[in-house]
Design a protein around this ligand. Structure first.
Ligand SMILES: [Zn+2]
Length: 284
């Protein structure tokens, strides 16, 4: 979703994208060169992504692989000033890529956008597709990916700009302003795919390309631009909270997944964040 949004707003996400799959008929914004080379890197570390095994010790690239990674980075840098790639398996190979980026002296121009989706929905979706035998395998796999990702990030210290976003919030149209500020872009928001989530209807209306006769939305529209913006945010938060009740996730911080204080929930029942995360997010 974000890769497509960036690609249609001036950030080249690749030249040759992965073919669409039945579960994602609109296709992917995943450049084949990076995907395929990530697979090769992982093979070098004795790991096959499609085995869905939650055990992996990490990869140390051979000098040859390091050179290939650096040449890929250079090749794409020559074709576009603003470019990027998306491939979830980069979580497992991030250290190799950051080394390569360092070698071609582009570390100072590098930004990382990290979009986290709820563990439960990732596990469910892998389970539904028959990739994993149990939800607990999905949970282990999820934690393994994030452990490697955090390790890869630590290697390059706090100097690297990293934007952490939640997939579920983006679907609600939240946090796009943070994405814009981080990338220095004004985003045309039509690339958010409403078929991914029912809240997409609201996102279309917010950007002015949709129409609805639902009374609560008419009230919001009639309330003026400013009021609309604030009310929309509240409505989205309440809707999000109700969905989390249905998913039995209500009361857990969507950012760090620790339980939110009861006193805080009594004051702002729709809050998706614990006090600590709310402070960090507000400060950003
Ligand atoms: Zn939190």
């Amino acid at each position: 979703m974000v890769a497509g949004l960036l690609h249609h707003n001036g950030v080249t996400m690749g030249a040759q994208f992965r073919r669409p799959l039945p579960e994602n008929p609109k296709g992917f914004y995943e450049e084949e060169a990076f995907r395929c080379f990530n697979d090769e890197l992982l093979n070098e570390g004795g790991y096959r992504v499609k085995d869905w095994k939650p055990e992996f010790n990490g990869v140390r690239a051979s000098p040859n692989s390091h050179a290939i990674a650096a040449s890929l980075i250079e090749r794409f840098s020559q074709t576009s000033d603003a470019w990027g790639w998306k491939d979830p398996r980069t979580c497992l190979t991030l250290g190799v890529w950051l080394n390569a980026i360092d070698t071609v002296q582009l570390l100072g121009n590098t930004k990382i956008i990290l979009i986290r989706r709820q563990m439960r929905s990732v596990s469910r979706s892998l389970y539904r597709r028959g990739n994993i035998a149990s939800l607990s395998q999905g949970a282990k796999l999820y934690r393994m990916y994030y452990a490697h990702l955090e390790r890869g990030l630590r290697g390059y210290g706090p100097g690297l700009p990293v934007l952490r976003l939640r997939y579920e919030r983006l679907l609600l149209g939240l946090d796009l302003d943070r994405l814009e500020a981080f990338c220095g872009l004004g985003l045309k928001r039509k690339c958010i795919d409403p078929s991914l989530d029912h809240s997409g209807q609201r996102i279309r209306e917010r950007s002015g390309t949709g129409n609805s006769d639902r009374p609560e939305e008419r009230i919001l529209r009639d309330g003026g631009e400013r009021a609309l913006h604030h009310s929309y945010k509240d409505l989205a938060r309440i809707k999000f909270a109700l969905r989390r009740v249905a998913d039995r996730q209500y009361g857990l911080c969507t950012n760090c997944e620790v339980p939110i204080d009861v006193e805080r929930l009594q004051v702002i029942p729709e809050t998706p964040f614990c006090a600590d995360c709310a402070r960090i997010i507000e400060a950003n």
